[in-house]
Write a protein of this length. Structure first.
Ligand code: ASP
Ligand code: MG
Length: 595
């Protein structure tokens, strides 16, 4: 029988009336023939209220007592919810985290789930009951009540859905779903009917208001189809699911990070260990580094640029100065009033010309590109903040997102069910639960080595709008698949761009590039046929500065020089010499415990 998990957040159960409305949805799903597990958060602002009450008594409440207190919020709502379901004529049972068998580590107020037992859940479901589960809580091995950290009910819902191999995990919220971009900035933004896990993670800034990245990663690991649905209407919302084949859509959405600042470390030595030292310094100062861009070294010295939240600029400059001092050479430069505009779309994996289209739209809006970085499914540029709204609008229009022909909200959206591995139920369950054990520790999930690419670099380009549009437009016309693009900040009025292409497309690409750059005086082309590209994939790379730190330290210890870096929300990619690729892969796999 199909299982549906429904999660209702605090606002959806704030009053008796809302609880009844939510219960009606659970009942409807049951009457549609599904087994239903409901995960509920504390009502309205209850958790905040309880935190406030504790603060009135002491400014150092013991974490154990805090969890004991906060868990009552969810206990209240599950009981009320169960009563509502029963009143509507269906059998229901409310359960605490402990009663279900959600076992966590012993760290209070931010516990991670260790294992989930589904035996009792299954018994109640099979007896025809709707199970109403407390979100956000579990118990440790000693039976102490623990909580998963604020907003943790999403995690509970996703984890239960994974453990039960549910057909869908529906997250009811007070938004319609995920939009192509922020509708407050681009009124033409559209609801996205379906988005992949990675796209959702790459859209971080947009998705953040909708769902915790942690839960999306969870869902991705276990291939749980997540559906974000409005609680105030019957619209279909957005399905977050494995990548589908949607040949019509190349780009899914655009994200904007408005308040960024940029910092460059120029004239730093080009040798192994340098990036490691810089990242160690950033990590020590807890700087949430956003974009990281390093282009191929010119004339023996390297240069790396970051973007950071503007509020962290002062601290970043301190960290950068410390790094430069340690390195014995280098100069720190910075700039404010910049914003990051990103295009996200799984279609980039299979389509050429996406970067060219983005740069073209930006050129038409007379927006200069100060920094460029890409991942497989994301292209980000740093632009002047005063132009960021116009930039977002132009790119949205350029990709035809204004007139999205996708399915309109609320009508006829299919609910594709993810394919499951073909193993017996019990076995699958055991596997899921054993994976859950390490689940929340995983930051880096994969290290890839790509030895099939070449690098192309153009130096001394004019630093003005339209140059990259021209360059990548020409390359796209030749149907060359451009992968990793990097442009560092220009300090001299001349820009330097590097990108990678499949090795067998290098020659045609060089021809195209030679022709297009002949229009720009002084522009110089260079290339390297054999390179190795390493990608570390995971989540929270941006908020875990430690990942970059560990990655670059590992490479430094192997004496491997990093030639090019670029980053996104879920990936850090580097280019190293071709003959060091295998060694680099080995040491990274070891460092992140993936071997
Ligand atoms: N009630 C908890 C909180 O507000 C958990 C949740 O709402 O997800 O943080
Ligand atoms: Mg809440």
């Amino acid at each position: 029988m199909s299982i549906i998990v429904q999660k209702f957040g605090g606002t959806s159960v704030a009053s008796a009336q809302k609880i009844v409305a939510a219960a009606e949805r659970a009942v409807a799903a049951k009457r549609d023939g599904h087994q239903v597990v409901v995960v509920v958060s504390a009502r309205g602002k209850k958790t905040d209220e309880l935190v406030g009450l504790a603060a009135e008594i002491t400014d150092r409440p013991q974490p154990r007592e805090m969890d004991m207190l906060l868990a009552t919020g969810e206990q209240e709502s599950v009981a009320l919810f169960a009563m509502a379901v029963q009143k509507l004529g269906e059998p229901a049972i409310s359960m605490t985290g402990g009663q279900i068998g959600v076992v966590t580590e012993a760290s209070h107020t931010k516990a991670r789930i260790r294992s989930i037992s589904t035996i009792r859940l299954k018994q109640h479901l099979d007896a025809g009951k709707i199970v109403i589960a407390c979100g956000f809580q579990g118990v440790d091995e000693e039976g102490n009540i623990t909580t998963l950290g604020r907003g943790g009910s999403d995690t509970t819902a996703t984890a239960l859905a994974a453990a039960l191999t549910a057909d869908e995990c529906q997250i009811y919220t007070d938004v319609d779903g995920v939009y192509t971009t922020d509708p407050r900035i681009v009124p033409a933004a559209r609801l996205v009917p379906r988005i992949s896990y990675d796209e959702m993670l790459e859209m971080a800034s947009l998705g953040a208001g909708v769902m915790h990245s942690r839960s999306v990663e969870f869902a991705k690991k276990f291939q749980v189809p997540l559906r974000v649905k409005p609680s105030f209407s019957h619209a279909a919302g957005t399905l977050i699911a494995p990548e589908g084949d949607d040949p019509g859509r190349v780009v899914t959405g655009l994200a904007l990070v408005r308040n960024e600042a940029r910092v460059s470390l120029c004239e730093i030595p080009d040798r192994p260990g340098v990036m490691s030292q810089i990242f160690a310094s950033m990590a020590a100062h807890k700087i949430p580094v956003d974009m990281v861009v390093q282009n191929v070294a010119a004339r023996g010295s390297a240069e790396v640029s970051f973007s950071v939240p503007e509020a962290d600029l002062a601290e970043t400059l301190t960290a950068a100065a410390a790094a430069v001092q340690e390195l014995g050479s280098g100069e720190v430069r910075s700039g404010t009033n910049v914003s990051k505009v990103s295009v996200v779309g799984a279609g980039m994996r299979t389509h050429t010309g996406v970067a060219a289209q983005m740069f073209q739209s930006l050129a038409e809006a007379a927006v200069n590109l100060e920094m460029i970085t890409t991942s497989e499914i994301k292209i980000s540029v740093l632009v002047a903040r005063e132009k960021c709204d116009a930039a977002l609008k132009a790119v949205h229009r350029g990709f035809n997102l204004d007139a999205d022909t996708g399915v309109a909200p609320g009508v006829g959206v299919r609910h594709p069910v993810a394919e499951r591995p073909a193993v017996g139920d019990d076995e699958l369950l055991k596997e899921v639960v054993s994976r859950l054990t390490h689940m929340e520790d995983i930051v880096v999930s994969e290290v890839q080595l790509d030895e099939s690419q070449s690098r192309v670099t153009i130096e001394n380009l004019p630093d003005k709008p339209g140059v990259c549009a021209h360059l990548f437009g020409a390359v796209a016309e030749g149907d060359v698949m451009v992968d990793m693009i990097v442009q560092n900040v220009s300090h001299t009025g001349r820009a330097q761009v590097s990108f990678t292409v499949p090795r067998d497309e290098l020659q045609p690409c060089l021809l195209l590039v030679r022709e297009v750059i002949s229009a720009w005086e002084g522009a110089e082309l260079s290339f390297e046929t054999e390179i190795a590209k390493l990608t570390v994939q995971g989540i929270g790379l941006r908020t875990h500065t430690g990942v970059g730190d560990r990655m670059f330290r590992a490479l430094a210890e192997e004496d491997i020089n990093v030639q090019m870096i670029n980053t996104s929300e879920i990936r850090i990619s580097v280019v190293v010499a071709a003959d060091r690729g295998v060694a680099a892969h080995g040491c990274l796999v070891k460092t992140f415990g993936l071997g």
